[in-house]
Design a protein around this ligand. Structure first.
Ligand SMILES: *Cc1c(COP(=O)(O)O)cnc(C)c1O
Length: 351
């Protein structure tokens, strides 16, 4: 840290991304990426001709991509904004809607970025404890005038609320913003996107990083009432109007047009998730009921940190969180069947 940093930032605890090591080839089951490459149409869309156009700025309003998304989700273009990953969309949300005077609630065990944004902007936030079984209790979020951010399915637990539970939270107070982060919804969760026409205080955030095999392209988006989208657009046009590069706009637009490819991959992930869950349970693991492309699991025979380190030494990366209540667990991304079999073999070795 330099002596020039603003005093209010000196204690900032930044977000810790999952490891992206380059020292050796790992079986990478630590950052919830797709094990499948982007579809053929995506690869064709990012052509030499398009690369030669990189001297030009991209279109700031991402019109082709927004059009494709509007069609897919049955909404209008004015109900959508695209961001550089959903992380950027979440950044806009915290920037625009929460502060010291406009507090927000989110679970104590959830996506780590919410707390980072809360600290960054000096927001009055409360981390609401998950229930004993690690689920979110919707009743904990019924507080007038206090915003809500919930990942659904939640990470790293993989547990999901139903749409009617989400609706209860959204409907409780129209005078506060509720953000539902649906990064993992394509793997078996229920989307709240159908509620955005009815509720003017709901923002649903989604990403191309998980189910659409485009984590490296950095594309996410939000769906909401027009007025909320305008607020988010004001954040974008006040920070980085060209936030989605030309190639990523083309790749994401092509991905939306090949929905069957995404659906097929999601079905495979769901099938593999069932396989891994059963295999781990057979060797004594506790595995939470995941609706995401990862599972959260623990064994009485080995601690979470030891399992993580032991697997890493054997070339398999999973994610461990050194936090109270969850330090016994590891989060394992659902890879291909072959990758999961190697993970299982190494896990048995360690036990
Ligand atoms: C992965 C993830 C994101 C971020 O996704 P990007 O679109 O890659 O920025 C957001 N929220 C949750 C809960 C995630 O797990």
């Amino acid at each position: 840290m330099s002596r020039f940093l603003k005093p209010q930032l000196t204690d900032l605890k930044e977000y810790t991304p999952g490891e992206q090591p380059t020292d050796m080839q790992y079986i990478k089951l630590n950052t919830n990426e797709s094990p499948f490459p982007p579809s053929d149409g995506v690869i064709a869309a990012v052509s030499a001709k398009e690369i030669s156009r990189l001297r030009l700025y991209p279109e700031p309003d991402c019109s082709a991509l927004t059009e494709a998304l509007a069609e897919k989700y049955g909404v209008e273009k004015k109900n959508i904004i695209v961001g550089n990953g959903s992380d950027e969309i979440l950044n806009y949300c915290f920037m625009a809607f929460f502060s010291k005077e406009k507090p927000v609630l989110f679970p104590d065990i959830t996506y780590g970025f919410y707390k980072v944004f809360g600290d960054l902007y000096g927001i009055d936030y409360t981390e609401v404890p998950l229930k004993e079984d690690f689920s979110v209790d919707p009743d904990d979020y019924l507080k007038k005038g206090v915003g809500v951010v919930i990942a659904n399915p939640n990470a790293p637990t993989g547990l999901a609320l139903t749409v009617s539970e989400i609706e209860k939270i959204v409907a409780y107070d129209p005078n506060r913003v509720v953000i539902i982060d649906e990064a993992y919804v394509d793997f078996g969760g229920e989307s709240a996107v159908g509620l955005i026409k009815k509720y003017k205080n709901l923002i649903v955030v989604m990403t191309f990083s998980k189910s659409r095999s485009l984590a490296g392209a950095r594309v996410g988006f939000a769906l909401a009432d027009e007025a909320l989208i305008k607020d988010l657009a004001a954040m974008k046009y006040s920070t980085n109007p060209y936030n989605i590069n030309r190639l990523s706009q083309l790749a994401a637009t092509a991905a939306i047009k090949e929905q069957e490819y995404c659906d097929k991959n999601c079905r495979t992930v769901i099938e593999n998730r069932g396989y891994l869950t059963n295999e781990l349970k057979a060797i004594g693991f506790t595995v939470l009921d995941s609706k995401a492309n990862f599972i959260f699991a623990k064994s009485d025979r080995i601690g979470g940190k030891d399992l993580y380190l032991g697997l890493k030494k054997r070339g398999v990366l999973v994610r461990h969180f050194d936090k109270p209540r969850i330090s016994d667990f590891v989060r394992i991304t659902i890879g291909t069947k072959r990758e999961l079999d190697i993970l299982l073999e190494k896990t048995k070795e360690l036990l």
